[in-house]
Design a protein around this ligand. Structure first.
Ligand SMILES: *Cc1c(COP(=O)(O)O)cnc(C)c1O
Length: 381
């Protein structure tokens, strides 16, 4: 059984075929429609800007808030390298803040200590689909005049205190539609912001710094051949082929969520008496977990089995699993660039050493779910 599988239906396939037959392959009416429906899904007063990956979206959002060489941007080491690499694109520096041992999210109580006169922004990552403590992070950001770009790659749909991630009062939130994420376009991403200036800058910079996109040029009243380059931008636009998939994936977002929530409920119930640390559960009644990831930890107080032995046993029983994440400060680039030692972020290190991500995706049948449950129980016998 694979660790993850996309859930693509006939609607997506027919829409892609329609795009292919239409002759309009690149960014056009379907990318527009996907943006419009995505913004409506997230809530009032937001704009959505479609891009070809969340990495591109994070890059554009940082550019739009003016990150530049020598700046510092605070984030978590417990994430995918994309979160931090985009900071380096500017010659700016990521400053890692260790995680909370219960939520695996950036620990807001350690945030203030990391702020220096060079700090410009914070990138909170909603790990696994469980929201960061945004009230505390937003309060600190206001006090120090810092920008917030949320890495919401795992957080569709995630509620924080009754509001969907994407509709909070931050500068922007960036979602991912990579093949393993909660909805997919193969590759793709979405920047969501309430700030018209950020949205406008991202729209310009995602397409070479051209002030009108290609589709506009061929449909508006200005001459079709005319455009203006206002900055050295990037090539980050989402194609209509990809948007065709996204339009239908978005419509299934809530039913996909219900399915993953069911799987998480079964896992929680079946694993509660095993020597496993279960994923964090929202304690606020108006907060929800997207269940993009279901991460268990070996409870070292009650089992001597190592994480690696556990993963091996699951593999031997045919169950694919994964580890999220190898903390960034353990990777050769980040550790040599900033002279990190493994124990510099002790919580991230110890959570990493005990953690395993189990399969949780909508294509799992009841018998697939039962197979995972049986295999996990058998691993401890
Ligand atoms: C997947 C992921 C990204 C990157 O998303 P892409 O769409 O593949 O660029 C960024 N941050 C986190 C936490 C992710 O898991």
């Amino acid at each position: 059984m694979p660790f993850a599988l996309p859930d693509i239906g006939e609607d997506e396939i027919n829409e892609v075929v329609h795009s292919l037959r239409s002759g309009w392959l690149t960014t056009g009416i379907k990318a527009r429609q996907f943006e419009k429906e995505f913004a409506e899904f997230i809530g009032p007063d937001v704009e959505a800007v479609a891009v070809n990956s969340a990495t591109a979206g994070l890059h554009l959002a940082l550019e739009a808030v003016g990150i530049s060489q020598g700046d510092e941007v605070i984030t978590t080491p417990y994430t995918f390298t994309a979160t931090a690499e985009v900071i380096r694109y500017f010659g700016a520096h990521p400053v890692f803040v260790d995680i909370d041992p219960n939520t695996y999210n950036l620990d807001p109580d350690k945030l203030e200590l990391a702020i220096t006169p060079k700090t410009k922004a914070i990138i909170p990552v909603h790990f696994g689909g469980y929201s960061c403590e945004m009230d505390k992070i937003m309060e600190i950001a206001r006090a120090y005049n810092l920008r917030i770009i949320e890495d919401a790659a795992h957080a569709l749909p995630t509620h924080y205190k009754g509001k969907l991630v994407g509709s909070l009062d931050t500068d922007a939130a960036v979602f991912s539609f990579y093949a393993t994420k909660t909805i997919t376009t193969g590759e793709g991403g979405m920047i969501v912001t309430k700030d018209r200036n950020i949205a406008a800058r991202c729209r310009t910079m995602r397409l070479h710094g051209i002030n009108r996109d290609v589709f506009d040029r061929y449909t508006s009243s200005r001459p079709a051949w005319y455009y203006e380059v206002v900055a050295p931008g990037y090539k980050y636009n989402l194609t209509d082929i990809a948007a065709s998939i996204g339009i239908h994936q978005l419509r299934k977002c809530m039913s996909f969520y219900e399915k993953r929530k069911d799987i998480a409920r079964i896992y929680n119930e079946e694993f509660k008496n095993l020597p496993l640390i279960l994923p964090p559960q929202p304690d606020d009644p108006d907060s929800t977990h997207s269940w993009h990831l279901y991460v268990v930890g070996m409870d070292q107080a009650s089992t001597s089995m190592s994480r690696n032995d556990f993963v091996q046993k699951l593999f031997d029983m045919g169950i694919g699993c994964s580890v999220h994440f190898i903390p960034l400060h353990l990777h050769p680039y980040w550790s040599s660039m900033y002279n990190y030692k493994p124990e510099d972020f002790p919580v991230a290190l110890s959570v990493y050493e005990r953690s395993v991500s189990l399969p949780i995706y909508t294509k799992m049948s009841d018998s697939d779910i039962a197979r995972v449950v049986d295999a996990v129980k058998a691993a401890f016998r």
